[in-house]
Design a protein around this ligand. Structure first.
Ligand code: BG6
Length: 476
């Protein structure tokens, strides 16, 4: 008997801005991904002040899924996908974010895409906001610093929930909403459209923006359920468990704090309330945030149906004796390398057991079904003399993670809805803007400089994943 139920959602995951291209097609507005240049492992992506001619903005064309989606979906069906996770580019529906009426051409694109998927019995799994909010909301409103963003987001959510209520059942509100707890520039910008100003306290700004997003997410959950009670609406958290560096209790406490600081979003979205430590922390820091009693009621009434999460790597942390007692963020301060693990070319720890650990952790803490909506191995792929890519390293990574996933279900009794490996078709990296950081089972001919024919091809992992799905995870 197979570990997974017969309706287990085997799939693949992408995000609109990382594959669609067509950045101005059909009346689409400029998103924040459109003002981010290409970087690499050493060079961070630049966030430019609007579009600057001559700069390389990889998301403008991406892999032109906008122009290729019919052929691509056919290939997804051949791969055997039961579901396809993508996002709806907010800027196709509301180009600036603050219009009264949605853009029909944008709505039509997703109607056509969902119809194409459903034609092959591929279930769409949709993220509402995946690092691609309208840039106009950044320049005119200051991003999620501003309470008005709640209304704009809710309007967007309502329009797409209504329009696609008979085509889409599985939704998520904000992608990796907790990335911003690291307080780095990329995380705050991609999550919340925030560039911290010299007179601002990054931590306070993050908590305020995060609160507005939590309210917007809770309202969307309630509205979605009113529109179609069958909707399953999840949160989406970036999971990277933090382990203690040594057996010292101080390191254990530090690791626990890092987890608390990273997963307060989970507490708010899954339990419907702020954790005690955070309320005390806000008081001690005199943050004086705009959190109303009405907001707290909304949060309570808008808890999610499931936990969508990404898992790539784990972290290790070490306490610092000079640190103040109430130290909470940023999370990755005092992170150390894990000597027990190997790393990818981008320095990401490879830790399959960490996935099982994470599934147990989420399950115990929130008692909700889980959906692994991202997992994968970014690597440089090389073609052999026949133009084939033998990506054993990718199959090995995925196999080892699926094995742990099975243990979590079989032995630990975790309720798992599905698994969608990230970037199963090569796309633009969110972190570096590269094309050559590849996760795909489907190769796309385009390189970091933006050159290539965009032709699609199958890597060895294509046939392997096909057989995994066909055997419902038995044949790894
Ligand atoms: C997650 C994001 O952070 O990880 C994706 O949800 C992203 O958008 C993925 O692409 C992998 O990260 P990267 O930086 O390798 O693209």
């Amino acid at each position: 008997m197979s570990t997974f139920s017969k309706d287990f959602l085997w799939g693949g995951a992408v995000a609109a801005h990382q594959l669609e291209g067509g950045w101005q097609a059909g009346g689409k507005g400029v998103s924040l991904a459109d003002v981010m240049t290409a970087g690499d492992n050493e060079t961070p992506r630049e966030i430019t002040d609007g579009i600057i001619p001559g700069k390389n903005y990889p998301n403008h064309e991406a892999i032109d899924f906008y122009g290729h989606y019919k052929d691509d979906v056919k290939l997804f069906a051949e791969l055997g996908l039961k579901c396809f996770r993508t996002s709806i580019a907010w800027t196709r529906i509301f180009p600036n974010g603050d219009e009264d009426e949605p853009n029909e051409a944008g709505l039509k694109f997703y109607d056509d895409l969902f119809d194409e998927l459903l034609k092959y019995n591929i279930e769409p799994v949709i993220t509402l906001s995946h690092f691609e909010m309208p840039y106009h909301l950044v320049t005119e409103y200051g991003g999620w610093r501003n309470r008005k963003l709640i209304d704009f987001f809710v309007k967007f959510a309502k329009v797409v929930f209504k329009r696609y209520q008979n085509k889409v059942k599985y939704w998520m509100t904000f992608n990796e909403i907790n990335n911003q707890t690291g307080l780095n520039k990329w995380g705050l910008f991609t999550n919340s459209g925030i560039l911290v100003q010299p007179d601002e306290d990054a931590e306070k700004v993050m908590y305020q923006a995060g609160h507005y997003e939590a309210v917007a997410s809770a309202l969307a959950v309630q509205i979605g359920h009113q529109i179609n009670p069958k909707f399953q609406i999840g949160c989406m958290l970036a999971m990277g468990p933090t382990y203690a560096a040594t057996t010292s209790p101080k390191d254990a406490m530090k690791a626990e704090r890092a987890m608390q600081a990273n997963y307060w979003f989970g507490d708010v979205q899954c339990k419907g309330r702020y954790p005690g430590w955070l309320k005390r922390y806000f008081e001690r820091k005199n943050f004086d945030l705009d959190i109303t009693l009405e907001d707290l009621d909304v949060i309570k009434a808008g808890t999610v149906d499931y936990i969508g999460f990404s898992y790539y790597a784990s972290h290790v942390i070490k306490a610092d004796d000079n640190e103040p007692e109430d130290y909470m963020t940023p999370l990755h301060n005092h992170e150390v390398k894990n000597p027990a693990l190997e790393r990818s070319d981008w320095g990401w720890e490879i830790d399959p057991v960490g996935l099982r650990y994470s599934m147990n952790w989420f399950s115990d803490r929130y008692d909700l079904p889980l959906f692994i909506v991202e997992n994968g191995f970014g690597a440089f792929d090389k073609k052999d003399e026949n133009g084939q890519i033998h990506d054993d390293y990718r199959m090995d990574y995925l196999r080892r993670h699926i094995e742990q996933m099975k243990l979590a279900v079989d032995v630990d009794g975790v309720d798992l809805m599905g698994y969608t490996p990230w970037g199963f078709i090569d796309l633009v990296s969110a972190g570096t803007g590269q094309m050559d950081k590849r996760y795909g089972m489907i190769y796309v001919d385009k390189n970091d400089a933006g050159e290539g024919t965009l032709k699609r091809g199958k890597k060895d992992s294509f046939a392997w994943y096909h057989q995994v799905i066909e055997s419902n995870g038995e044949n790894l």
